[in-house]
Design a protein around this ligand. Structure first.
Ligand code: SF4
Length: 294
């Protein structure tokens, strides 16, 4: 249908869902099916494939201690699992799952394992860890998990209409920041949130990450990327909880995206994936770089 093709902003998405009495995932699914000229079944099978790949990355990552080629990262997931086995997390089992699933997935990425770039490889663990970890503990059926992933994808699609989702273009706010917004939306969808709550969850997550720079050590997607994933997965949970309580982003979602775009433009190129400043130029980073190059 023609009107689906014209959804480029969160306001249009909200209005369409309201006028048609549809959810975000239903609206997005109509849009994708129409654009790709495929059936609903074919579309859902594609999303399911991504969901299955996310779960497989978690399973594989949880069992591995293999370090990356640089030797800088790769064993954080097993360390965290060991701690949780003996001590347990302050915030309980779901927190344990989300943080360990995030490390498992992002460590698979640095081992060159199979992951789903969601929306990018460096931010690939935020959506899966929140979606899968919460779905397991909340007993969310597979079809609803697929709906949640479609919702997350729609959030990423709309942001990407305005800003390229790349650290080199707008800093990490456009990678891990957007991933956190997508995860917040997916979780809110799974927990029965309405369209307004889902959009608020995404906006709340994203606006608290504006200005997040991209300053990877040695130019590798390892430091700070690996640990940033579990942090921002939990950030997404906070945004979802606030939104489900009826707390709104006073700045509407589309204006948060405007701010993201402006902040990205104002950000120095030294802090946009060039590894020329920030963490990448600390004394320790320079030493690690020397060792790595040796
Ligand atoms: S710091 Fe840069 S490379 Fe790492 S996840 Fe963020 S945007 Fe990607």
């Amino acid at each position: 249908m023609e009107y689906y093709k014209n959804i480029t902003t969160f306001e249009e998405l909200y209005n369409t869902c309201t006028e048609q009495s549809t959810t975000i995932w239903q609206t997005a699914m109509e849009h994708e099916v129409d654009a790709a000229e495929i059936s609903v079944e074919e579309f859902r099978a594609i999303v399911k494939k991504s969901l299955d790949a996310m779960k497989e990355a978690i399973r594989t990552g949880l069992k591995s201690r293999e370090m990356s080629i640089s030797g800088m990262c790769g064993d954080d997931c097993s360390r965290l699992q060991e701690r949780f086995q003996t001590t347990g997390a302050l915030f309980g089992k779901t927190f344990e799952k989300i943080t360990t699933y995030a490390l498992a997935t992002i460590e698979e990425n640095l081992r060159m394992g199979k992951i789903v770039a969601c929306p990018t490889a460096g931010s690939c663990a935020i959506v899966p860890s929140v979606l899968v970890g919460a779905a397991e503990d909340l007993n969310i059926p597979k079809e609803e998990q697929i709906n949640a992933l479609i919702t997350a994808g729609e959030i990423g699609r709309i942001v990407s209409n305005k800003v390229a989702l790349a650290g080199a273009v707008a800093g990490c706010q456009a990678e891990c920041g957007v991933a956190s917004a997508m995860a917040a939306a997916a979780l809110t969808q799974m927990r029965g949130g309405n369209v307004e709550e889902i959009l608020n969850a995404a906006a709340l997550a994203l606006k608290n990450l504006l200005g997040l720079t991209c300053d990877p050590v040695c130019g590798l997607v390892e430091i700070p990327c690996v640990k940033r994933n579990p942090f921002l997965a939990i950030h997404a949970v906070t945004a979802s909880e606030l939104a489900l309580a009826g707390i709104k982003s006073k700045i509407p979602p589309d204006e948060v995206i405007d701010a993201l775009e402006q902040t990205g433009k104002l950000m120095s190129p030294l802090l946009k994936e060039s590894s020329q400043a920030g963490l990448a130029k600390t004394r320790t980073a320079l030493r690690l770089e020397k060792e790595f190059l040796k």
